[in-house]
Design a binder for this molecule. Structure first.
Ligand code: SR1
Ligand code: MG
Length: 402
């Protein structure tokens, strides 16, 4: 992109000073780079006089954790800005406020959510958030239903779909979630203590055929504008507030992919608790809350989705009795399959998992990673037998008792 350059903290201050609308005159701006994600730079700018602050997020022309050997589109910032607008419309209060998008410098200026914490971190420390199940169910039901063919007019949906063609970000997911972990690929990065378990996965033709089906569904099932990377690092929480951030992977894809990413990361947290909570009674209680959270998100999601359906579906053939039940059942089966892939990729593939990375005892870590791989495989292989959320939870119980 012409004139693009990655900003330093000093550049960010100068950039912010060139606008009058963000900070008062005579503001004393201080900037710090605070990003710890895989892809971008995140700067926090605070006016030391008024205490006002903003976040400026700038894309690099490559993934931050990989470096410039992997060129990556800056158009992901446009996708993020445009997705945030749509999500703010359908799920008000559940995404950060977007103040400004700059195509030339591939950046967005957004609300500072420093009073929130990344959900992944809060789950590692065993926190419970009473409102989160309802907030996430609402975010999912609204953003998915209102961008799907069940709500939008056919032509309108196709125009929106063209707006969110996101080939390079989708290709990253196709490679890092649906391909490389199932082969001895260069991008993989795993604990050598579980090498034998991983080699079994690489040799499992049956599993790979199922992964192929899920990859094809990811590539072709253009159901709704999905977030595309809804792990627990893409959610920020505080006591009575939930915000879904970072929709740079957004595109029209399968609804179960967002739900699957979310459930996978809750399940990975569930597994990792054996290393985080020493007291077994407290650990069991927290783990029960995590499984309850999955069930509750699903129940509230289906409740809201059905309400939208009853109110807005006008198409005669979609309105035929029983069809919504099929849509929901298929979404649950996709959710289970995608959750399985997302669990396995975090153990075998390039993107690491902070929930496991902080475990010093390598033997224990290997045991938990193996459990994650086993649950992941069962979710993929058994997904077509899942018809209600309790069946998905039963898969976890089955692995625990095996
Ligand atoms: C280079 S690591 C890439 C991963 O990070 C993002 O959060 C996505 O999950 C992507 O696959
Ligand atoms: Mg992200």
């Amino acid at each position: 992109m012409e004139n693009y350059r990655p900003f330093t903290e000093k550049d960010v201050v100068a950039y912010m000073q060139s606008f009058s609308q963000f900070f008062p005159n005579h503001a004393e701006l201080v900037c710090k780079e605070i990003g710890d994600g895989n892809l971008n730079m995140v700067f926090r700018v605070i006016d030391q006089r008024s205490g006002q602050s903003i976040i400026l997020k700038q894309a690099l022309p490559y993934p931050r954790v990989v470096g410039d050997s992997w060129p990556l589109t800056l158009d992901r910032v446009r996708i993020e800005a445009e997705a945030l607008e749509i999500q703010a419309h359908y799920a008000p209060g559940l995404v950060p406020k977007l103040y400004h998008y700059d195509e030339k410098f591939a950046l967005v200026v957004m609300e500072d959510l420093s009073d929130h914490i990344i959900l992944r971190k809060s789950l590692i420390t065993g926190k419970i958030y009473p409102q989160i199940a309802n907030d996430l169910a609402e975010y999912l039901a609204n953003t998915l239903f209102f961008t799907s063919d069940y709500y939008l007019k056919s032509e309108q949906k196709k125009i929106k779909q063209a707006q969110f063609i996101n080939p390079e970000m989708c290709k990253m997911t196709e490679k890092l979630v649906f391909t490389d972990p199932y082969f001895n690929a260069e991008t993989n990065s795993f604990n050598p203590l579980i090498q034998r378990h991983i080699e079994k996965i690489w040799k499992s033709h049956l599993l790979k055929k199922e992964i192929a089906q899920l990859k094809l569904a990811f590539m072709t099932k253009a159901q709704a504008l999905i977030h595309g990377d809804l792990h627990s690092g893409s959610i920020m929480v505080k006591e009575n507030s939930t915000k879904v951030i970072d929709p740079e992977f957004a595109f029209f894809g399968p609804m179960g992919f967002d739900m699957g990413a979310l459930f996978a990361n809750i399940l990975l947290s569930y597994i990792s608790q054996e290393a985080h909570i020493a007291n077994s009674h407290a650990r069991k209680e927290y783990q029960s809350w995590l499984l309850w959270l999955i069930e509750e998100i699903w129940h509230r999601f289906t409740e809201k989705f059905r309400m939208h359906w009853a109110m807005y579906v006008k198409d005669e053939i979609f309105s035929v009795s029983g069809f919504v039940d099929e849509v929901i059942r298929e979404t649950l089966q996709d959710t289970a399959g995608f959750a399985g892939c997302k669990m396995m990729r975090r153990v075998i593939g390039l993107a690491s998992l902070p929930d496991f990375d902080v475990i010093d005892d390598q033997e224990l870590r290997a045991k938990l990673e193996s459990a994650a791989l086993l649950i992941g495989q069962y979710l993929v292989l058994d997904r077509k037998n899942i018809s209600q959320i309790s069946d998905l939870i039963a898969v976890i119980e089955k692995v625990k008792s095996s």
